[in-house]
Design a protein around this ligand. Structure first.
Ligand SMILES: Nc1nc2c(ncn2[C@@H]2O[C@H](COP(=O)(O)OP(=O)(O)OP(=O)(O)O)[C@@H](O)[C@H]2O)c(=O)[nH]1
Ligand SMILES: [Mg+2]
Length: 426
């Protein structure tokens, strides 16, 4: 099955929780804090693997989750990181997020993009020791891993694409010049999905795509419609085949007219793309018949059956592809690197102020806010992260309700900040 569009859900691993633990020793009533931190959750990345032909496996299996980090343990043992989950995708895959932003265009084997970041591990109580706080009893929870929906679309990477009516001889040509072996038959729409073939011409190789046949009205859904023209979008040259045999009702010149009109209807840029016009099945014609077909100059007759004219056509094609390559450099793939959103946003919702964004989540992600020491630590973090000032600027007043995630507390901007700054590193 040829699957070239899918929507998948990927979820990075959650971070493990930090733990609270003490090393009890004789003479030390409280013990030395030795709770380890949780491991980070695994990231999710997509990587191009040229041997993956289509997006079929994601159609069958659209939800993927990376492993979570494990929790910390006593004795300063930190949790294990969750492994990265790597999803292999075909060459020519574009990745779009739910806002319609293309975040990656993957055109090289091995190219990689990180699509969901694993949650940070929570710190154990040992990490919160400070001169003023010798024996902290609180810990951090692990963060959730990012979850995103992605739209993947594969567009074949070919130097040239074959365009023609059904039965024009497209598959016969590609099977003559490459190792591709599509089905060939004298009924229309034998080829239902695009095929790629590598053609060796002189000292270079060209990737040729056999695209399912186009008929008049394809833009309005006739035949197989325009679906597959998407796969010509990256081709540098269009090789348009017209068929003089009586398998076609339309004359070759009318075929050419209709094909150009259909290309135009799909995308005017495609109609303007360099194209070579070739007449297939020349074994059915006499030499002077070609001129009488009224197709204009520079038309290449060939027979995929006898091989006549095939080399001439392929050398010409290679020349045109090389020429375009020199003038228009390779379209490079890209990966959009977006900064981690480490900020916060404040909105007024009903009677509450709602703080959203990772900074807010991080400020309050302690395991137990009924622990007075932890609560005090959180109020300091709310100040140091700028959230308290942000709330004041937004118009919040003492006594208002503030929600961050599942936590609701009463706003009290009179937080004393005489203490040391305690944003310690993990
Ligand atoms: N006489 C002659 N017949 C040919 C030649 N090339 C193809 N044919 C015949 O034309 C018919 C259609 O050929 P295909 O290669 O399947 O045509 P296609 O363009 O791939 O058709 P679809 O896949 O249906 O779009 C078959 O019966 C072929 O044997 C040729 O050079 N000479
Ligand atoms: Mg075919």
């Amino acid at each position: 099955m040829f699957i070239d569009r899918v929507t998948i859900t990927v979820r990075a691993g959650d971070g493990g929780a930090g733990v609270s633990s003490f090393l009890r020793r004789k003479g030390l009533p409280k013990g030395k804090p030795n709770g380890g931190s949780g491991g980070a959750g695994g990231d999710v990345t997509l990587v191009v693997d040229a041997s993956v032909p289509t997006l079929l496996r994601y159609e069958r299996h659209p939800v993927w989750k990376a492993p979570s980090g494990s929790h910390g343990e006593g004795d300063l043992r930190h949790g294990k990181r969750g492994d990265q989950l790597t999803l292999r995708v075909p060459l020519g895959t574009t990745v779009e997020d739910t806002d319609g932003v293309t975040v990656a265009d993957l055109v090289e084997d091995g190219q990689e993009v990180l699509v969901a970041r694993g949650g940070r591990g929570g710190r154990g109580n040992a990490a919160f020791v400070s001169p003023k706080r010798r024996a902290p009893t609180f810990t951090e929870q692990g963060e959730y891993g990012e979850e995103v929906d992605l739209h993947l679309e594969m567009k074949l990477l070919a130097d040239a694409a074959l365009i023609g009516y059904p039965n024009a001889g497209k598959s016969t040509l590609i099977s003559r010049v490459s190792a591709a072996r599509p089905k060939i038959a004298d009924y229309p729409f034998t080829t239902l999905t695009p095929n790629l073939g590598v053609v060796s011409i002189g000292d270079r190789e060209i990737v040729l795509a056999d695209i399912p046949g186009l008929i008049e009205g394809a833009a309005d859904g006739k035949g197989l419609g325009h679906e597959f023209l998407r796969h010509t979008e990256r081709a540098r040259v269009l090789l348009v085949l017209v068929d003089p045999s009586d398998l076609q009702v339309d004359s070759p010149s009318r075929q050419l007219e209709v094909l150009v009109r259909e290309l135009e209807a799909h995308d005017s840029e495609l109609a303007a793309r360099p194209r070579i016009v070739a007449v297939s099945k020349s074994d059915l014609l006499d030499d002077d018949d070609v001129a009488s077909l009224n197709l204009g100059p520079n038309v290449f007759p060939f027979s995929a059956l006898t091989g006549d004219g095939v080399d001439t056509l392929m050398y010409h094609l290679a020349g045109v592809v090389s020429e375009i390559e020199r003038s228009v450099p390779e379209r490079e793939g890209f990966v959009l690197h977006r900064p981690l959103r480490d900020d916060f946003e404040i909105r007024s919702v009903g009677t509450e102020w709602v703080v959203e964004g990772i900074a807010g989540v991080r400020a309050v992600n302690l395991s137990d806010l009924t622990n007075p020491e932890a609560a005090e630590f959180v109020s300091k973090r709310l100040v140091s992260s700028g959230i308290v000032q942000g709330l004041i600027d937004a118009g919040a007043e003492a006594g208002d309700d503030v929600r961050i995630g599942d936590i609701v507390f009463t706003f009290d901007p009179e937080t004393d900040d005489e203490d040391e700054n305690e944003e310690e590193s993990p």
